[in-house]
Structures are given as structure tokens and as C-alpha cells.
Design a protein around this ligand. Structure first.
Ligand SMILES: *Cc1c(COP(=O)(O)O)cnc(C)c1O
Length: 413
């Protein structure tokens, strides 16, 4: 925390409304309307010509959503924020806004499955080339960077590999090559990760996960840290001459997002506003539970190995401590003897839920090799570090003794 700055939770709870509420409501109301009216032709002309900002139509902006954006700005210390319909909307909108036809993105080869598919299939169909690289290896990244490279894209902690990029090092290479650093920090939300401090220019998050308050609604957010000079990026040059530092958020809002229509609804923003206020309590509890489970797995004879970056045995423990204030999310993996053992364990779970998704309040388990990665060949799975002996756990906020009791009986086969 910077000197004189209020803490994360205080900032979230006490972010002022953009406008005084007509009824002095202490909780931001849900403005569930589509259109907003104006008093005069002159006023509506000013708004439509961009001279003044007022809400006109909720596909582009809405008071409840705007308040969520203000809260995100307040807690991240970012320069500007735009909320969207989902994490995928945030990622796709930001990449389409930053890269022109003919430009390229260098991306991690370990990405959330649908992000990988977006980069592998959809972006190339729009004329955006994507080069996959091992982002933990700065040399490999530099090797595939050229004068058409516009973005480095990676996740703060990859899943299920739980690999961590040395972001500060990577951002130095990005600076040198005039490349925008974009990170997906979904599993390490702003309470534990200060993206600006490590040289990230643009942060994207699926707010469906930690922020929504336990998988309550879909949402995404883009945070521009205000660190990149948009006049130096071909896709934003003309926007920058008109809107200067706001070039990225204005292009997203006034072109990409408005035209593709991936709007966050007022109801969703209501969930996000509630979820964000108490997120830190949930994250702390999840991390505490992860550490207790790591200790339990350490001593269990059926568990061949486990991985969680919050404990000393993890190869990136020190980097994780530095980047994520000792709270590196709540995803962990365990390896059992065989796929069959994984299935036996999985079928015996009583309390822990058999489901995909991450950072619900409930603990969830999945066998990635047979589900999320089912479409990939065995060689591809191996390359991606997805072993058939591995179970992924997204640890929730239950009483940890109950989790251990369930794991104990499920491992007793
Ligand atoms: C879930 C997830 C996404 C996609 O978010 P949605 O809200 O489901 O669209 C993107 N990145 C990561 C790391 C995720 O875990």
C-alpha cells in the first residue's frame, strides 16, 4: 500500500458514486433500464458528439456498471477501467483493440482453454497473427518478437500447470520492443496482485471467478494502467490523436465493445459490486485452506505429489511470494498413482464438487486430462503439462476440517 493511501477494502467500500443518488441510497441501486432521456436537443447533441459524458443507452454505459468500473479503478490504481459481459469478452475486445490487421501477438503456450482457442483460431481469421512461446523464458519470447509484435499476452499463474512468469523481466523486454504487456490476472485478483508495480500495461480479468462473490454471474473487466503511450501503437494512433491517454478505453467502448455488444448488465454489476467488497475475506480464507491442504497432502501416502505456489516446495515459491503478497490464488493440483486412481478418488468425493470453474466459494475438483483437455492428443497434453494422473482443486471457503475429512475418505480406496 502506498503511503497515505487507504487499504484495498476501504477503497472498495467507500468509492464515491459518480453522481449523488437521488434517494441517498447507501448501496448502489440497480439501474436496470436500457435508455436515458435528455432535457433538450442541445444536451443530447453534446452527449452524442462526445463533448460531455452522460449515459444514453445501456449497451455502451450504465450507472450501476459505471460504479463497478470506478471501484475497479479505485482498488487497482489503474488509469481507466471498462467492464464487459465476461472474461472472454474482456480478452477478445482488448486484443482486437490493440492489434491491427497484420500485427502479431506473442502469447504463452499455457493459457485458459478458450483464450487459447481465441488466439489460435479466431484472431488469425481477423488478420492478427499469434505466436505461442514459453513466456517463462525471456530469450524465447525475444526470439519470436519482431517489428510487427504489438502485445505480450500471458496469465499471472497458468492453470493447471501453476507456472509463473517473471513479469518484471518480461516487461523490460516489452519496453525495449515497444510491445504492450497484457496479463490475465483472473486467479490472482487485485487484492493480491498489483499489476502496475510489475510493469503490466493492461490487465484483464474474468470477474466471474473471485470478484463475483462465488460464481454468481459472468463478467469481465479491462484495466488500462496508463503506462503505454498509445500514439506509438498503430491500432490506436488515430484514437490517440483525438483521445490521448483514453485511446484504448474509448476505442473499446465506442467501437469494439459497442459493435460486438458484449455488455455487462446492471444486475451483473450489482453482483460484482457486492462481491468485490468482501473479496479479500474470501481470498484470505481460500489461501489459508490451500496451505492447510498442502500440509495434509504432503503427508498422505497416496498423494504422489502436489503443487501450490504458496508453499516452499513449489519451484516458483519465491517469485509467487514477491508478485502475489504471499497469496497466490486458490488453485492447486495433486497427482495420484494413475488415471484409474484419480477416477476412484473423484467418484468418492462427497463434499467437494465435481465441476469445472475456479474460485467458487465451494471447493471444486476436476480431472483436466479427461475433461477440459479431452480434445487434445496425448502428445499435446504432455507438452501442456496436463498429466492423466493429475486432479485440479479450486479451493473454497469451507471449514478446512470438513475438506480434509472428505479428502481422507475419498483417498481411502
Ligand atoms: C474463466 C477464465 C477466463 C474466461 O472467463 P469467463 O468469464 O468464463 O468468460 C479467462 N481466463 C482465465 C484465467 C479464466 O480462469
Amino acid at each position: 500500500m502506498k503511503k497515505g493511501q487507504k487499504g484495498f477494502v476501504t477503497r472498495s467500500l467507500h468509492t464515491p458514486y459518480p453522481k449523488k443518488d437521488a434517494y441517498n441510497s447507501l448501496h448502489m441501486p440497480v439501474y436496470d433500464g436500457v435508455a436515458f432521456e435528455f432535457d433538450s436537443a442541445e444536451k443530447i447533441e453534446e452527449v452524442f458528439s462526445g463533448k460531455v459524458f452522460e449515459h444514453a443507452y445501456s449497451r455502451t454505459s450504465n450507472p450501476t456498471v459505471e460504479y463497478f468500473e470506478h471501484k475497479i479503478k479505485a482498488v487497482t490504481g489503474g488509469y481507466a477501467a471498462v467492464a464487459l459481459a465476461s472474461g472472454m469478452a474482456a480478452i477478445s475486445n482488448v486484443l482486437i483493440s490493440l492489434v491491427e490487421n497484420g500485427g502479431n501477438v506473442v502469447a504463452s503456450n499455457h493459457l485458459f482453454g478458450h483464450s487459447y482457442a481465441l488466439l489460435k483460431e479466431t484472431l488469425p481469421s481477423l488478420g492478427i497473427e499469434v505466436r505461442f512461446a514459453d513466456m517463462t523464458d525471456c530469450g524465447a519470447v525475444e526470439k519470436v518478437t519482431d517489428d510487427k509484435t504489438r502485445v505480450y499476452f500471458f496469465e499471472t499463474i497458468t492453470n493447471p500447470q501453476l507456472e509463473i512468469v517473471d513479469i518484471a523481466k518480461l516487461s523490460l523486454i516489452a519496453r525495449k520492443n515497444n510491445v504492450v504487456v497484457v496479463t490475465d490476472s483472473t486467479i490472482t485478483p487485485p487484492y493480491v496482485f498489483d499489476s502496475k508495480q510489475w510493469g503490466v500495461d493492461v490487465e484483464v480479468m474474468s470477474t466471474t471467478k473471485f470478484i463475483s462473490g462465488g460464481a454468481a454471474a459472468f463478467g469481465g473487466v479491462v484495466v488500462d494502467n496508463g503506462t503505454f503511450d498509445w500514439s506509438k501503437l498503430p491500432a490506436l494512433q488515430s484514437w490517440s490523436s483525438k483521445f490521448d491517454k483514453n485511446a484504448l478505453v474509448v476505442r473499446i467502448r465506442k467501437e469494439i465493445f459497442r459493435h460486438l455488444g458484449a455488455t455487462m448488465t446492471a444486475h451483473t454489476a450489482h453482483f460484482m459490486n457486492l462481491g468485490l467488497d468482501i473479496m479479500s475475506l474470501r481470498v484470505d480464507r481460500c489461501v489459508e485452506n490451500c496451505k492447510a491442504l498442502a500440509e495434509y497432502f504432503q503427508n498422505h501416502p497416496k498423494v504422489k505429489s502436489f503443487s501450490y505456489p504458496g508453499v516452499l516446495s513449489h519451484e516458483n515459491f519465491e517469485l509467487a511470494e514477491k508478485l502475489f503478497s504471499g497469496k497466490p490464488g486458490a488453485v492447486m493440483t495433486i497427482d495420484l498413482e494413475s488415471k484409474e486412481a484419480c477416477f476412484q478418488f473423484y467418484n468418492r468425493l462427497n463434499l467437494i464438487r465435481r465441476a469445472t470453474n475456479l474460485n467458487d466459494n465451494k471447493t471444486l475438483a476436476i480431472h483436466p486430462a479427461s475433461t477440459i483437455y479431452a480434445e487434445f492428443s496425448d502428445e499435446e497434453k504432455e507438452e501442456m503439462g496436463v498429466r492423466s494422473t493429475m486432479i485440479r482443486l479450486s479451493v473454497g471457503i469451507e471449514d478446512v476440517a470438513d475438506l480434509i475429512e472428505d479428502l481422507n475418505q475419498a483417498l481411502d480406496f
